[in-house]
Structure formats: C-alpha cells, structure tokens
Design a protein around this ligand. Structure first.
Ligand code: NAD
Length: 287
C-alpha cells in the first residue's frame, strides 16, 4: 500500500511540475518530512515553509514543552515526537515512528544544534568534556540522523537528507571553537555520505546560513553584552550579517531548504548551499 501511495504522490508531483502548477499548489505535496530542532528558530521556520508547500511535518526536538505547542500552532499537518539527537536510539525511534505511521520518510532535516559554552574563549583553556557535548549534538546527532534516514531511504532508492552547517563552518572566529569545529565537520560528512548515497537514489545536502537572531544565537551573543535587551542583541546579530541594509532571515534558510528538499533539486547532492548574502565572499574577521 505504501508503495502505491509513494508512486502516486511522485506521479502527482511530476504532473504538477509539468503544468507549472507546483509553485501554486505546493512543491512538497505528498512528502513526509522529519525536522530535528523543529521547535524553534530555523527548524520552526522551515517546518512552516514545508507545510505551506503541502508536506506532512514531524518536529523532533529535545524540548518536550515547546515542541508540542509549536506543532499545534502549525496546524494538522504537523506533530511532535520527542527526540534527543545525541542519543542514537531516540533518533532511530523517531524515524521508525514516522515510517510506521506514514509508510515512508521523504525528507530528513538534521537541523538541531547548540552553540556550547562561549567561555573560556581560548583553545588553550578548552574543556574537552564540554567540547564532547557539542560534538555529540552537532556532529554525532547529524551522523545518527543521516544513518537512520539512509536506513529507510536506501531500500526504496528515494529521499532527500538535509543538514544545517553555518558560515561558522566556512570561516573561523564567528563562534566558540567547539561550535566552529562542529560546523566545519558538516559539509565533510555530507560529501562523504553523498559519494555513497548518490549511487542509490538518495540525495544529501547542507545549508550554511549567516547569523540570524534565534534563541540560540541571541543567548550566545547576549553573553558578551550583559544588560542588553533581546531586541538590542538581535540588532547586533543582524548587523553582523548585514549587506546593503538587508540581513539574513529564517525564511531565507527555509526557502533554501525547500528547494533542496523538493524534486526540483533532483540532480543536486553533496552540495553546501551558503545563505549569507555574500558574507563569506568579502568579510575578513579580525579580533
Ligand atoms: P534554536 O535554538 O532556535 O533552535 C534549535 C533547536 O534545536 C531548539 O528547538 C532546541 O530545543 C533543539 N535542540 C537542541 N539540542 C537538541 C538535541 N540534543 N536534540 C534535539 N533537539 C535539540 O537555534 P537555531 O538558530 O534555529 O539553530 C538551528 C540550527 O541552525 C543549528 O544547527 C545552528 O547551529 C544552525 N545555525 C544557526 C544560525 C543562527 O545564527 N541562528 C546560523 C547558522 C547556523
């Protein structure tokens, strides 16, 4: 039955693209997407974008209070599953729960991430236990997401896996050492996985956004500016990524994710889509 549903959904998408109607009706009609870290920030914005485009979205997040509220606010096309990405068994369970309920997983977005401690700033004082904590979520959590998505996508030779890196994965000095190191790892593991998965009909790409005010970035930058309001800190983050008066917004990342997740990107894999308005082309950070 799930095979028939899958075939019909992809025929429906092809028909829509043929008549140029996909952008009117939705570019992810019939798709099932699991988004880690979907309860906040970029994950939440992407969940909204995917739903607007016809997808069924499952928000997998460690925040069991916020997650269900956000899923409910997104309407009947979203629901929440609790998941700590640092725990492989929980990632496997989340993927299996989706496949049991929907018969498939079309899109896996490994987006959950943390900044980790910003102090002490020097690598000479790095606390390696804290370093491990960041790596467990930002790298191991992504590897677990790729592994278990691939486990269910490979047998049907179909699927799109996305991961969130950062411009901190392109240039150093924007975030603390563990965060920077973890984000540099993502394009590498995406390439490594793509080299295998491309031969089996499964795509994998990552997105590297510029700074955007979200709970994560605001709490990170606020540590350097005690006493400032959330809005003032958000202003600092926006100025950091500003280009010609514009700055990166969560919707910019959501649109990039929409493209990579959709069948429009059917020949795109192993790619790092940088969403930074040119930031990494010309900015030269010096502290
Ligand atoms: P956010 O804090 O708004 O959202 C992160 C979400 O991940 C939260 O809902 C949180 O509960 C969840 N999460 C944290 N640890 C988890 C775990 N162990 N298991 C499952 N869920 C967990 O932050 P955001 O800015 O939206 O960050 C999303 C991704 O974007 C991260 O990977 C981050 O590194 C990346 N990113 C953010 C920015 C930025 O400026 N905001 C820029 C580039 C990249």
């Amino acid at each position: 039955l799930s095979k028939i549903v899958r075939l019909n959904a992809s025929k429906f998408n092809l028909t829509l693209s043929f008549f140029g109607l996909a952008s009117l009706i939705g570019r992810l009609v019939g798709k099932v997407a699991l988004i880690t870290g979907g309860a906040s920030g970029l994950g939440k914005a992407t969940a909204h974008e995917f739903i607007q485009n016809g997808a069924q979205v499952i928000i997998a997040d460690i925040d069991s209070e916020l997650g269900p509220q956000v899923a409910q606010s997104l309407g009947p096309s979203a629901y929440f599953v609790p998941c700590d990405v640092a725990d492989e068994a929980q990632v496997a369970d989340a993927v299996d729960a989706v496949v049991t309920r929907h018969g498939k997983l079309d899109i896996m977005y490994n987006n959950a991430g943390v900044t980790g401690p910003v102090y002490p700033p020097s690598i000479s004082d790095l606390d390696l236990d804290k370093f491990d904590e960041v790596m467990r979520i930002n790298v191991r959590g992504v590897v677990a997401g790729i592994k278990h998505a691939a486990r269910v996508m490979l047998p049907i030779a179909s699927g799109s896996i996305l991961c969130t890196s950062s411009i901190s994965g392109i240039m150093a000095g924007l975030g603390p050492h563990p965060y920077t190191i973890s984000k540099f790892a993502i394009p590498g593991l995406v390439k490594s996985a793509a080299a295998e998965l491309c031969r089996h009909g499964v795509r994998i790409n990552c997105i590297s956004p510029a700074p955007i005010p979200t709970p994560m970035s605001v709490s990170q930058i606020a540590q350097f500016y005690p006493g400032l309001t959330r809005e003032q800190v958000a202003g600092i983050i926006n100025r950091l990524g500003e280009l010609k008066g514009a700055h990166c917004e969560d919707a910019d990342v959501a649109k990039a994710a929409l493209y990579l997740a959709s069948d429009e990107a059917k020949y795109v894999t192993g790619h790092n889509l940088v969403v930074d308005g040119g930031f990494t082309c010309f900015k030269n950070l010096s502290f």
